[in-house]
Write a protein that binds this ligand. Structure first.
Ligand code: FAD
Length: 416
C-alpha cells in the first residue's frame, strides 16, 4: 500500500517506522529541513506515563482562576484573542473537568502511555539506538503537603491501571537524587516511578528517521502540505508546494497543525497549540540531577541529557506564536536555578519554545476517520514523546487491518 505520513516529528517518524515493518511504500512529508525540528526538538525529555493526569480535572479551575493575568502562571490563557476554535476547545475542556470524566481520561492516556513505553523499550532493544537515554525512573517532587497527598491518591489510581508509583519522604528523594540536597528543605515528599525513562526526543527522532530510511521510507523535507485531496468519501492524496502526491492511505501527524490540514476535508479536530518553554544548559560539576524530576507545583520537568540539563514547562494558550517571551523563559531558568543551584552556568542556558498539540481531554486522537483512507496520529499534548511509539504501532495495526494490542475505545475522533 502507498502511505503518506504528514509530519516528521517524533509521532510521524515513529508511525513511519512501524508502517515500514509491514512492507508498505512510505513517504514522510515535512516542511522542515530535517526530522523533529518543531515541537519534538527540545521538549522535557521524559518518557512519563506517570505524567498522565489530564489537565482538565477538578482541581484545575480554582488554580486557573488564581493564576488569571499572572505572567508567572504555569497555565496561562490569553483569552483576549477572538479565536472560535480556542473557545470551542475551552468549553470542551470545562466539560472534562468533573472527577468522573478526569478519571476516564486518565485511564485512556495511561493505557496508551504504558503501552508506548514498552514499545520504546522493545525498539531500543531491537535497534540498539542511543539518544542520551536514562532508565532511572522519574521522581515527582512536592513542596506542599496537600498537593503531595492529592498526588498520592492519583498515584493509587494509576497503580490500579498498572503504573508502579512509590511514595517517598523528602529524605528518600535526596537519596534517589542527591542533587536535590541543595533544596531538600523545600520538599514535603515525592513519588517515584521506577520504570519511567528520559532521553533526547530530537536525537531519538533523527536516529529513528535514519533507521526508517534504511528500511525504505522516503523522507521529503522542505515540502509544505497545503491541503488534503478527496475523491468521493476517500482521501486520495495531498496538494503540496511541490505538486500533488497520491496515496492509498494518509496518516495525519502534523502536531498542532493537524487541524489546519484536516479542515481542508471539512473535518474539525479539537486540537489547539499550547506553547511551552525549555532551557538547556551545559552541566558543570555534580550539582545537576541524573534522575529525571517533575516539579508538580510549578509544572516543570528536568532531564539529564548527556552533559546537558534540560528544564521545561509552562503552558500558554496563545495561538501559533513560538516567539520567546523573556518573562516566560526566565521563569523556567529561575525555577531551575532555585531547585538545582549548582547544576551549571545558567547564563549559558539556551531557551526554546514549542507548541504542544493538546486535546480538551488530554487523550490523543488515534485511528480511522469518517474519510476513508485518512488516519489520525495527533493531539498527544504534553506526552507526545511518551506516546509516539505505541501510537505508531497502533496506526500500523489499524491500517493493516490487525487488532491493536490495546483497547481502542475512547481514543478516536468519535468521542467528540
Ligand atoms: C516545553 C515542552 C515540554 C515537553 N515535554 C515533554 C516530555 O517531557 N515528554 C513528552 O512525552 N512530551 C513532551 N512534550 C510534548 C511533545 O514534545 C509533543 O507532544 C510532541 O513533540 C508532538 O510531536 P508531533 O510529532 O505530534 O509534533 P511535531 O514535533 O510538531 O511534528 C509535526 C511536524 O509536522 C510538520 N508540519 C506541520 N504542518 C505541516 C505542513 N502543512 N506541511 C508539512 N509539514 C508540516 C512540522 O514541520 C513538524 O515537523 C513537551 C512539549 C513542550 C512544548
Amino acid at each position: 500500500m502507498k502511505v503518506l505520513v504528514l509530519g516528521a516529528g517524533v509521532v510521524g517518524t515513529a508511525a513511519a517506522w512501524y508502517l515500514a515493518r509491514d512492507g508498505h511504500e512510505i513517504t514522510v512529508i515535512d516542511r522542515c529541513p530535517g526530522a523533529g525540528l518543531e515541537t519534538s526538538f527540545a521538549n522535557g525529555g521524559q518518557v512519563s506515563p506517570s505524567h498522565a493526569e489530564p489537565w482538565a480535572n477538578p482541581s484545575v479551575l480554582p488554580k486557573v482562576l488564581k493564576w488569571l493575568g499572572r505572567e508567572d502562571a504555569p497555565l496561562l490563557f490569553r483569552w483576549n484573542r477572538w479565536d472560535p476554535a480556542l473557545w470551542a476547545w475551552g468549553l470542551r475542556f470545562l466539560a472534562n473537568c468533573p472527577g468522573k470524566r478526569a478519571e476516564i481520561n486518565l485511564e485512556r492516556t495511561l493505557r496508551v502511555a504504558l503501552y508506548s513505553r514498552t514499545c520504546l523499550q522493545e525498539l531500543r532493544a531491537e535497534t540498539g539506538m542511543d539518544y542520551d537515554q536514562r532508565s532511572l525512573g522519574i521522581l515527582h517532587v512536592y513542596r506542599d503537603r496537600r498537593q503531595f497527598d492529592h498526588a498520592a491518591a492519583a498515584a493509587d489510581l494509576m497503580g490500579r491501571w498498572g503504573l508502579r508509583r512509590l511514595e517517598k519522604s523528602a529524605k528518600d528523594c535526596v537519596a534517589i537524587e542527591p542533587a536535590l540536597a541543595a533544596s531538600a528543605d523545600q520538599l514535603a515528599g515525592g513519588i517515584h516511578t521506577p520504570e519511567d525513562e528520559s532521553g533526547d526526543a530530537h536525537k531519538f527522532t533523527t536516529a529513528l528517521a535514519v533507521l526508517a530510511e534504511a528500511r525504505g521510507v522516503q523522507f521529503r523535507y522542505g515540502v509544505t502540505v497545503r491541503a488534503l485531496v478527496q475523491d468521493g468519501d476517500r482521501v486520495t492524496g495531498v496538494e503540496t508546494d511541490s505538486g500533488r502526491l497520491t496515496a492509498d492511505a494518509i496518516v495525519l501527524a502534523a502536531g498542532s497543525f493537524s487541524p489546519l490540514l484536516a479542515r481542508s476535508l471539512g473535518l474539525r479536530l479539537p486540537v489547539v497549540p499550547a506553547k511551552g518553554y525549555s532551557i538547556t544548559l551545559p552541566v558543570e560539576g555534580d550539582g545537576a540531577p541524573t534522575v529525571s524530576i517533575t516539579d508538580d507545583e510549578y509544572k516543570m520537568v528536568y532531564s539529564r541529557l548527556g552533559n546537558r540539563l534540560r528544564a521545561a514547562g509552562t503552558a500558554e494558550m496563545t495561538g501559533y506564536d513560538t516567539s520567546l517571551t523573556p518573562a516566560r523563559w526566565h521563569l523556567i531558568r529561575d525555577r531551575a536555578k532555585a531547585l538545582f543551584p549548582l547544576a551549571g552556568d545558567y547564563s549559558k542556558a539556551e531557551p526554546w519554545a514549542g507548541l504542544r498539540p493538546v486535546t480538551p481531554d488530554s487523550v490523543p486522537l488515534l485511528g480511522a476517520t469518517p474519510v476513508k483512507g485518512l488516519y489520525l496520529d495527533t493531539g498527544h499534548g504534553t506526552l507526545g514523546w511518551t506516546m509516539a511509539c505505541g501510537s505508531g504501532r497502533i496506526i500500523a495495526d489499524v491500517i493493516a487491518g490487525r487488532e491493536p494490542e490495546i483497547e481502542m475505545a475512547g481514543l478516536g475522533l468519535e468521542r467528540f
